[in-house]
Design a binder for this molecule. Sequence first.
Ligand SMILES: NC(=O)c1ccc[n+]([C@@H]2O[C@H](COP(=O)([O-])OP(=O)(O)OC[C@H]3O[C@@H](n4cnc5c(N)ncnc54)[C@H](OP(=O)(O)O)[C@@H]3O)[C@@H](O)[C@H]2O)c1
Length: 330
Amino acid sequence: MAEFRAILLEKHGETVAPSIQTLDSNRLPDGDVTIRVTYSTLNYKDGLVLKGQGGLVRNYPHIPGIDLIGIVEDPGTSTFNEGDKVISTGWRVGEVWWGGYATMAKLKSEWLVKAPEGLSETQCMAIGTAGFTAMQCVLALESNGVHPNSGEVVVTGAGGGVGSVAVSILAGLGYEVTAVTGRPHLEKYFSDLGAKNLLSREEIYDLAKRPLQTERFAGVIDTVGGDILAGVLPAIKYKGTAAICGLAGGAGLKTTVIPFILRGITMAGIDSVMAPTKEREQIWSRLSTDLPMNKLDAATSVVGLQDAIDLADEILAGQVKGRTVIDVNA
Ligand SMILES: NC(=O)c1ccc[n+]([C@@H]2O[C@H](COP(=O)([O-])OP(=O)(O)OC[C@H]3O[C@@H](n4cnc5c(N)ncnc54)[C@H](OP(=O)(O)O)[C@@H]3O)[C@@H](O)[C@H]2O)c1
């Protein structure tokens, strides 16, 4: 029997406590594929899980980590081969199933995709759920007719994981990108990612004061929800689209139907967790061609398992910049 190292969350009364432990592999859940994990990531949802918030984890002890990349050690009866490099994002791994903050994982084969050729393991995890979701949002804009010549596209929560990757992809595709941020001092970071303009959160909150504002945004990628989303909707151009994926600023939405019924705007809901395999393959393929890797690398930090625990409060407070990759062996 093998041993592996992991962050284990244990519940004592109402408190969830993380610690790094060495565990026997026979404690892993009953997936058909055994994976030697090399890297995971830190996403907003990982912050919630690490802090025991959001009701995402029902059973403890639990291993967090919603994303992982690793090498297949035992493919079981699946079509994978020993030595294949595979990725898992979503499917509630790291929430209801033991996840990627561990050197070993056992997952269901239908949750796995082969890592795309040409991307390093750290690049795949720098993408992770956040980058995957950013590309889903871009595809939603495209399929609703928003193209680089449609005009300005705004990304909210631009300094975060989804936001930073979305800015990079859109700018690489030739869109005029406006970053909405509570961290205007990161101006150089945003212009390096390719953003042409910066707007403060306050400027967006102001737009919510009237049901219709001057038509400005051809498209929106919203990672924040709440008052920020309520602010961008009145300024969306005729037939424009907002791809909605996040709630970093709140799950509520106080707005009017006016931009929908007078300007025919669309809100496209984005879910990365249960995305079907065909869609996943298309998204990873587009990521490997349309995400400028130099920009991704510049927006990525690599840290160890203990750092993941330490960064949980920061990501929930919106203070983590770009993408954080977790080296599970460090
Ligand atoms: N639908 C899906 O499948 C899916 C997938 C991935 C993520 N998500 C969701 O998308 C959101 C972003 O995820 P992430 O991993 O990118 O998180 P993240 O790295 O923490 O980024 C969120 C960003 O939102 C901004 N923000 C935070 N609190 C805010 C507030 N109170 N008001 C306004 N802006 C605020 C901050 O950017 P600035 O400092 O630049 O303003 C922050 O960096 C989360 O809600 C996450 O759960 C959903």
